[in-house]
Design a protein around this ligand. Structure first.
Ligand SMILES: Nc1ncnc2c1ncn2[C@@H]1O[C@H](COP(=O)(O)OP(=O)(O)OP(=O)(O)O)[C@@H](O)[C@H]1O
Length: 822
């Protein structure tokens, strides 16, 4: 009997409500337990997190984002989080953020809880949010500042090179003299041009990103450079270029992505503001943690700290797969930091491994596990004494930094782990019977793993064509992809396959580089140039090409239309009547010209977006572009200045498109997607084809352009990057250390090793995208270089050596080697 007869009414109500609350809580607890049980062993560790730091190292297809979403929902429910005490989930792309957000909302809905208490953001979005709220502290005013992503030909980079040359004539002279110089004037001029237009802009572009993302200021880099004594003083030059860059960016009110993170960190240096943010953040969960830079790690660690106990570990959960780190040789991301974080957590007993994956068939899993082991073993046998010594040193410092209480067991496991190898030693295992994932570890199609050695790249095309037609007509619900290392390979395959597959109703979707770095600025530029000067045959042809590519006008001989613009645009009554497709093209062009008369020039870019029938995120990209152009020409605004600004964006920036919020277009049913291995990360398909696996492409060789060989057998940019990394790694482990910086040749060798390791991981990522069939090939003959290959049969093909991994796979899985023609 719950109530006593002497209870007052109020007491009864209180007891009743607390009783109901207990019932509701028990019901919720039960539901949470059910949810927890739906997770796999490694995933459950994530759901069981009860505060502090935790690392989750996962294998491909382990369900990182799935379990992160479930664990987030459990934490929100368990700790009753709300708008003023939130779980912050950070990831790297907008599409990943949108997908995790949906999943968490769905989980909360099923738990009958309000869909609040969390926010999912990209790291830059989070930083911008903080910086924007406190402009007086961040020093960032987004109303006036322009965000740019300069490449090495950007005017800012060019200007910083010119200015550095003026300030350091002696250093420049030493570069000009190179390894040796006989004083010949023509050679001096050639070197001058190579330095100004290639070597120094590349050096500036590489080191500025590397140093800035690692949290180094120009002054800090200059200080590090004092420990080097190479002839060119490469790091001192780098520091000089960086200093000029910062000055120029500030003077023109420009910012880059790192400035956003730095601005957020500046805000958080203010104690009271920091505490406000920290009080609002219950914990931070990070996805894709292997891709973080030290600066990003710093930001989330600060946010996740407890303001009342700053010395306790932050509430920080980082999920990642170090074996899928494929951006470290061209961005400042470095898997080493996540590996170290894993090691630290392992020492504290807070490392979990998600090693079950339901994506692939067992044969594909075996192949991926074999690759990992083979690469590490090969590395180990080539490993030299100094690397072992380095490993011991970093292990010792890590140990000293993080572990006050000695724990010999975890220390030993760390030593055994050898984190400097290309792969973290974690095998993929299939899921247990009864796993909730639908069609987990599906049945193999064909042999599951098939390896071919076609005569040449054209035989590969025929083999893939026949196989894809058979596979996708047999079951049009399935999907397929060809993964390539270079865009040129993708274009070649698309050209060869498009027509024949279309005849079988199979859509071929070639995902070019354009997908991320938008083609839109170039299209708009060409149309504006046409509007500005319609009588130029080149401008007219370029505009017509765009209209044709966008399927707005019929395919036809555009040269015939563009030869006499006047006659095409304004035919006289004496001219022959235009054919319907020509008249249609003319109408489009005349509409564009009329817009120039009827619209103010600042409305032309959005108008062109509508004319080209852009949709969704494309329209958002056009809007972003339009704002960007007009911000750049404010005060001197005209069609001419808009074209000039756009020209600069097209020629020297990587203008990022507003990303689609889903990746579904890459994996549509019945479709063959042609995509680079880099872009395929995070996706999967039933059938995956990986052709053209040759040693000169994977892993490839470090390469010094002939034009800059006068400086020695290395490139300044790669040497500087490797030198900066050495310094930053050492300081990360021990902030007081003054690390020895490697000499150029040693640094160049180090850069080569990192590149090789990354190429092998890239192939591993590609292989682990396959569910039912993994098809790989190395052709006996292939183009000498893909980037100069014209794609016609007349072009010379050369004998090629297969990628060493493919040869090893053939030895290990002889039953998967398919003899063509049998
Ligand atoms: N416990 C689970 N219950 C049901 N489905 C699951 C579970 N864990 C994972 N999955 C499913 O497994 C699939 C793979 O998950 P996800 O794409 O999150 O993997 P991933 O670890 O991000 O892979 P990768 O890193 O290789 O891209 C998804 O369809 C997901 O829904």
């Amino acid at each position: 009997m719950p109530f006593d007869s002497n209870d007052s009414a109020t007491n009864r109500i209180t007891t009743l409500s607390s009783w109901t609350e207990t019932l509701v809580r028990t019901d919720l607890e039960e539901k949470l337990e059910q949810l927890r049980k739906s997770l796999r062993p490694g995933q459950r560790d994530l759901a069981d997190w009860k505060g502090g730091q935790m690392a989750i190292s996962a294998v491909p297809g382990a369900g990182k984002s799935h379990s992160l979403s479930v664990a987030a929902a459990i934490a929100i429910a368990r700790y009753q989080l709300h708008a003023r005490k939130q779980l912050v989930i950070v990831t790297y792309t907008r599409s990943a953020a949108a997908s995790i957000k949906d999943k968490i909302k769905q989980q909360l809905k099923e738990l009958q809880l309000p869909q609040t208490g969390f926010s999912v953001q990209t790291l830059h979005g989070l930083a911008l949010n903080i910086a924007n709220r406190h402009p007086e502290l961040s020093g960032l005013n987004l109303d006036t500042a322009t965000l740019i992503t300069p490449n090495s030909t950007h005017r800012i980079v060019r200007a910083c090179v010119e200015q550095w040359m003026n300030t350091a004539p002696r250093r420049y002279q030493i570069l000009l003299e190179g390894v040796q110089f006989d004083g010949e004037e023509a050679e001096r001029l050639r070197r001058h041009s190579v330095l100004r237009t290639e070597v120094l802009p590349n050096l500036a572009h590489t080191v500025i990103r590397e140093a800035k993302s690692s949290g180094l200021s120009p002054e800090a880099l200059a200080e590090i450079s004092q420990q080097t004594n190479d002839d060119y003083q490469i790091l001192a030059i780098a520091a000089g270029l960086y200093q000029q860059y910062e000055r120029l960016m500030r003077s023109r009110d420009l910012i880059d992505y790192d400035d956003m993170i730095l601005a957020a960190l500046r805000v958080l240096e203010n104690e009271s503001i920091r505490q406000i943010w920290q009080n609002q953040v219950f914990a931070v969960f990070e996805d894709e943690a292997q891709d973080s830079s030290p600066l990003q790690e710093k930001l989330i660690s600060i946010l996740a700290a407890d303001p009342s106990n700053p010395n306790t570990p932050p509430n920080l959960v980082r999920v990642g797969d170090p074996n899928q780190a494929i951006n470290s040789t061209f961005t400042p991301a470095d898997p080493l930091y996540f590996n170290w974080f894993c090691t630290t957590c392992q020492m504290q007993g807070n490392l979990a491994t998600m090693d079950r994956a339901g994506r692939s068939n067992q044969r594909i899993i075996d192949a991926a596990n074999f690759v990992l082991e083979w690469v590490n073993n090969t590395w180990r046998s080539k490993d030299n004494q100094s690397q072992q010594q380095e490993l011991q040193n970093s292990e010792y410092v890590l140990h000293r930094r993080y572990i006050n209480q000695k724990n010999s067991e975890s220390k030993n496991s760390y030593v055994a782990q050898k984190i400097e190898f290309p792969f973290r030693e974690q095998k993929i295992y299939p899921v247990d019977a009864g796993d909730p994932q639908k069609s987990a570890n599906p049945k193999a199609k064909g042999l599951g793993l098939e390896i071919y050695t076609p005569e040449d790249i054209y035989e590969t095309v025929t083999l893939i064509q026949k196989r894809v037609i058979r596979l996708l007509t047999e079951d049009s619900q399935r999907n397929a992809a060809i993964l390539v290392r270079e865009n040129r390979q993708g274009r070649f395959l698309a050209e060869q396959l498009m027509d024949s597959l279309r005849q079988h109703n199979i859509k071929v979707y070639e995902v070019g580089e354009s997908d991320r770095f938008s083609q839109i600025p170039e299209e708009i530029l060409k149309l504006l140039q046409f509007i500005d000067r319609p009588h130029s045959p080149d401008n007219l042809k370029a505009a017509l090409e765009i209209l044709e590519r966008r399927d707005l006008i019929a395919a036809q001989d555009l040269n015939a239309l563009a030869t006499y613009p006047e006659q095409f645009l304004y035919p006289s009554p004496l001219d022959l009547p235009q054919k319907p497709q020509v008249a249609q093209a003319r109408r489009y062009c005349c509409n564009l010209l009329r817009a120039r008369l009827e619209l103010p020039h600042y409305q032309l870019i959005p108008f062109l977006g509508m004319t080209l029938k852009y949709t969704g995120s494309e329209l958002a990209t056009v809007q972003k572009l339009s704002e960007r152009v007009h911000q750049q020409i404010v005060g001197n605004s005209s069609l001419k200045t808009a074209i000039a600004a756009l020209n600069e964006i097209v020629s020297s920036e990587r203008f990022e498109a507003v990303e689609e919020e889903t990746d579904d277009r890459y994996t549509s049913q019945g479709q063959l997607t042609i995509i680079t291995m880099h872009k395929a990360k995070g996706l999967d398909w039933d059938y995956v084809f990986i052709p053209f696996l040759h040693e000169d492409v994977i892993p490839g060789k470090p390469w010094v352009p002939t034009s800059s060989k006068f400086l020695g057998n290395f490139t300044l940019a790669e040497v500087a990057r490797a030198q900066i990394r050495t310094a930053v790694h050492a300081q990360y482990l021990d902030p007081d250390s003054l690390p020895p910086i490697p000499q150029p040749l040693e640094a160049w060798e180090e850069a080569g090793k990192l590149k090789k390791a990354e190429e092998f991981r890239l192939l591993y990522v590609a292989m682990t995208r396959a569910k039912r069939l993994l098809w790989m090939s190395a052709e006996t003959k292939a183009p000498f270089r893909w980037n100069t290959f014209r794609g016609d049969r007349v072009s010379n093909l050369q004998d090629k050596t297969p990628c060493p991994i493919l040869s090893a796979l053939m030895r290990q899985f002889p039953e998967s080697v398919v003899k063509i023609g049998f």
